[in-house]
Design a protein around this ligand. Sequence first.
Ligand code: RNT
Ligand code: ZN
Length: 421
Amino acid sequence: MKTEQIESAYALAKERYAEFGVDTEAALQALKTVPISLHCWQGDDVLGFESFGGELTGGIAVTGNYPGKARTPDELRADATKALSLIPGTHRFNLHAFYLESGGKKVDRDEICPQHFEGWIQWAQSLGIGLDFNPTCFSHDKSADGFTLSHHDAGIRQFWIEHCKQSREIGAEMGRRLGTPAVTNIWIPDGMKDTPIDYKAPRLRLKAALDEIFEKPLDPAHNLDAIEGKLFGLGSESYVVGSHEFYLGYAVKNDKLICLDAGHYHPTETIVDKISAVMCSVDEILLHVSRGVRWDSDHVVTLSDDLRAIAQELVRGDFLGRTHIGLDFFDASINRVAAWVIGVRSMIKALLLAFLEPIETLRERELAGDYTYRLAMLEELKTLPFGAVWDYYCLQSGVPVASAWLDEVRGYEKAVLSQRA
Ligand code: RNT
Ligand code: ZN
């Protein structure tokens, strides 16, 4: 598409939106301020770079064997840099602890330090982006029986507590160096395949472990603690120690961020309705935007009704200032750089659509009981020329417009990814 075409299509779209009382310029300004945290683990199928690295465990799974996954931190950084260059706006990068750089030495999870993430911090500095962090409580000998922070063995429990404490220190160092707080999110796989006799004891142990992990106060300007529950995993179908209720209660009582992962509830349940509910009692939330298909399958995020509803709720409820948006999916059946680009661009499109709603008018008419107007208008809004505004935003941001980004990914695949054996 030619620049003039994009601009004239935008000029027409701007008028159309103005008829609905929507200011497209204001929408684009607002959109620029919302960072999305790209999850590192889409780039290498959640394998990490430990010298003693093994297979992915913890009840999560990656399927597919598309060639070209990143095998080293340098490769992952190069791939992520490529993806970021194709996405409008300034975003963040979300690391798991086992993406450390230990120079080939065995550094176990309880020994990780900020120095092992120096390469990542310098890379983030060079791009002017923030980092987020996660302890990795899976894919390890000491998580092999399905328990970590809630383990009945005090030694194993302590090992994971140390890992999480170190992770917070790393998050704080990232936040201090980069001038933007890292959200350090704890997710553990602990649970049982079959119905337990004792639901209670592991939860009491988890609570005590969290108390110990969070004992040391850290400056919220550097590190923010989040906790993520879920409904079930592979092998933990009947019982998950860190359920949503468990963590919600803990977060409210202890002033932590609650992480809502879109794939972690019953299939007909959505996180949309939970946002305003939890925001009544917690200050900030972390989202793991994902796409479950039939189960918590972590498909690449697309511009689905679910995604649009999440973005609408964040914008309509004025929650963006209290929400950290992260993505969480892993698909090894397609080009992994493309997976990132598709997911993040979809998230941004959903936010743009939400910013392009005449929210005040809709709210007023709803309050007046005019539900006919509400339904009619929501349907009309769907066919406004949103694509022209999106294309213009990409043009303005200096990233490829429409599907031109895919040519770039194909070029990168040919030059770089296909060289990886
Ligand atoms: C697992 C959680 C968790 C992980 C990542 C890798 O069900 O969603 O967030 O996906 O930490
Ligand atoms: Zn998640």
